[in-house]
Design a protein around this ligand. Structure first.
Ligand code: EPZ
Length: 416
C-alpha cells in the first residue's frame, strides 16, 4: 500500500469471528440442524467446519450462512490436524463432555500472543465431575456423572467461561460460574443456548447461573456484529484523518473505544446499528489499558499502538491480558515508530509521518495494525503473511479500496 490517502465512506461489518466459532461448537449440543446467519466469510469458519465434520457433523458453509447437522451420536475425539490449525476449536471440549460424557481434544498450543494454557477450562470441568487430564498433547475428559457446581475463575477467561457454560447446560443440577467473562460474544452464546432450551441467568454479568436440562433443540441464530472489526475501521478513520460510517455493529459493544477516540480528538456519532467517526486534524496522544470486557479489548491493542505512533504526544499502552502481545512493536519500529516496551507497558512517542518498509504480520490483529500504519507512511509499505488478516477480517482489501486506500494484494512472498 501507498500511504497518504484519507479514508472516507461507508463499510458494512458482518458477524463476529469470536462469536460464530463458538456458536458452531454449540450446535454439537443438539441433534439436528442448526443454522447460523450473518456469518463472516473468513478462513476460520471452514476450518471450524472441518473440526465439526471430524466429530460426525455435516456442515454447509454458503456465503454468510452456516448450516450444521449434528448426528444422534457424535465422535468424541477431535481430529488433531483440524484442531492444530485453529486454536478456537478447543471450544468443542464443553459440548462433547455434555453430549458424550467424554471428550478428547488435542491441545491447540500457544501462538504469537502468549502461552495460552487451558488450566481454567480443565479445573472447571473437574468441578462439574469430569475427570480431566492434560497429557500427551491432549485434553481428555471423562464424566460418568456430570453435575452442577460452584466455580470461581481465577481470571474472566472467555474460552474457559464458554467451555464450562456449554458443559453445564446439560449437567444434572445448577452451576454457578463466578468471575465469568462478560464479552458480547458470551452474551451471544448465552442467547443461542437459551433459544435451544438452556436455562441460563446472568448473561453479560460476572456471575452466570446455569440450571442443567436433559436435552437441547437445534435452532436458527443471527451472529452479532464484529465489534473488533468495527473498531478497527474507527481507528482507520482517525489515523488517516478521514470519515467512516460503520454499519452492522452495536456501538455499545465498543463504548470505551469510541470514548478513547473522542479523547484523541475525533467526532463520533452513534446509531442503533452503527456509528460514524470523523477526524479533521492530527490525533492527540491518549493512554490505553487492555482489560477483559467492558475494558479496552486486547484485540485492539495493535490499533492503539498504531494510532499512538502517529499521534501528537506520548502514549502509554498497558497490556494486561496476553503476555507476549507486544511482539508487534518490533515491526512498528521498522516503520519508523518511536516505541519502546518494558514488561507489559509500551511507551510510544508520536511522529508526524511513518516511513514505509516490508513488515510481517504475526497474528490477525497485528496484521491489521500494520496495514493501518502503512496507510500513514510515506512510500510503499508491504505487509507479508497476510493470511493472518484473512482469518479475521472479511474482504479487508476490498473494503479499504472502497474507502479510498491505495492498497493491493500481491501473490508473491519474499524470503524472510
Ligand atoms: C478469546 O481468546 C479470543 N479468541 C481472543 O481473540 C481474545 O483476545 C481473548 O478471548 C480475550 O478477549 C477467540 O474467541 C477465538 P481467554 P481466549 O481465555 O478465549 C489466560 C483474536 O485476535 N488463560 O480470555 O483464548 C490466557 O493465557 C483473538 O481474535 C489461562 O491462563 O482468551 C490469557 O492470558 C486473539 N488459563 C488470558 O487468560 C486458561 O485456562 C485470557 O484468555 C484460560 C486462559
Amino acid at each position: 500500500m501507498n500511504g497518504g490517502a484519507r479514508l472516507a465512506g461507508e463499510v458494512r461489518v458482518v458477524g463476529a469471528k469470536n462469536s460464530v466459532l463458538k456458536l458452531m461448537a454449540a450446535a454439537l449440543l443438539a441433534e439436528g440442524t442448526t443454522t447460523l446467519t450473518n456469518c463472516p466469510e473468513i478462513l476460520d469458519v471452514p476450518l471450524m467446519a472441518d473440526v465439526l465434520c471430524s466429530l460426525g457433523c455435516e456442515v454447509d458453509v454458503q456465503a454468510s450462512t452456516v448450516t450444521i447437522v449434528a448426528p444422534a451420536t457424535l465422535r468424541n475425539e477431535a481430529d488433531y490436524r483440524s484442531v492444530s490449525r485453529l486454536r478456537a476449536s478447543v471450544c468443542v471440549l464443553g459440548p462433547l463432555v455434555a453430549r458424550c460424557r467424554r471428550a478428547v481434544v488435542p491441545l491447540p498450543g500457544g501462538d504469537a500472543i502468549g502461552s495460552r494454557p487451558l488450566d481454567m477450562h480443565a479445573n472447571g470441568l473437574r468441578k462439574l465431575g469430569a475427570h480431566t487430564e492434560i497429557s500427551h498433547g491432549r485434553v481428555v475428559a471423562d464424566a460418568e456423572d456430570l453435575h452442577g457446581a460452584q466455580i470461581w475463575l481465577d481470571f474472566p477467561s472467555v474460552g474457559a467461561t464458554e467451555n464450562i457454560l456449554m458443559a453445564a447446560v446439560l449437567a444434572d443440577g445448577t452451576t454457578v460460574i463466578d468471575n465469568a467473562a462478560r464479552e458480547p460474544e458470551i452474551v451471544d452464546l448465552c442467547t443461542m443456548l437459551q433459544q435451544m432450551g438452556a436455562k441460563i441467568e446472568g448473561s453479560g454479568t460476572s456471575t452466570l447461573t446455569v440450571h442443567g436440562v436433559t436435552a437441547l433443540q437445534p435452532t436458527e441464530h443471527r451472529v452479532i456484529g464484529d465489534r473488533i472489526v468495527g473498531a478497527t475501521w474507527a481507528f482507520a478513520a482517525v489515523m488517516t484523518r478521514g470519515e467512516i460510517t460503520v454499519q452492522g455493529v452495536d456501538p455499545h459493544h465498543i463504548d470505551l473505544v469510541l470514548d478513547k477516540l473522542r479523547s484523541a480528538g475525533a467526532d463520533v456519532s452513534t446509531a442503533i446499528d452503527g456509528f460514524s467517526v470523523a477526524m479533521r486534524g492530527r490525533a492527540e496522544a491518549v493512554d490505553f489499558v487492555t482489560l477483559p470486557y467492558p475494558g479496552f479489548a486486547t484485540d485492539l491493542q495493535p490499533m492503539a499502538i498504531a494510532l499512538s505512533a502517529v499521534a501528537e504526544g506520548t502514549s502509554m499502552i498497558t497490556e494486561n491480558v496476553f503476555e507476549a502481545r507486544f511482539r508487534f512493536v518490533d515491526e512498528m519500529v521498522r516503520l519508523g515508530a518511536d516505541a519502546r516496551t518494558d514488561g507489559h507497558h509500551a511507551v510510544v512517542r508520536g511522529v508526524e509521518r511513518l516511513s514505509s518498509a516490508p513488515v510481517w504480520a504475526s497474528d490477525i490483529r497485528a496484521g491489521a495494525g500494520l496495514v493501518l500504519a502503512g496507510l500513514c507512511a510515506d512510500g510503499t509499505t508491504e505487509v507479508w503473511d497476510v493470511e493472518h488478516i484473512d482469518r479475521g477480517y472479511p474482504r479487508f482489501v476490498e473494503n479499504l479500496r472502497a474507502l479510498g486506500a491505495d492498497v493491493a494484494r500481491v501473490a508473491a512472498e519474499p524470503e524472510r
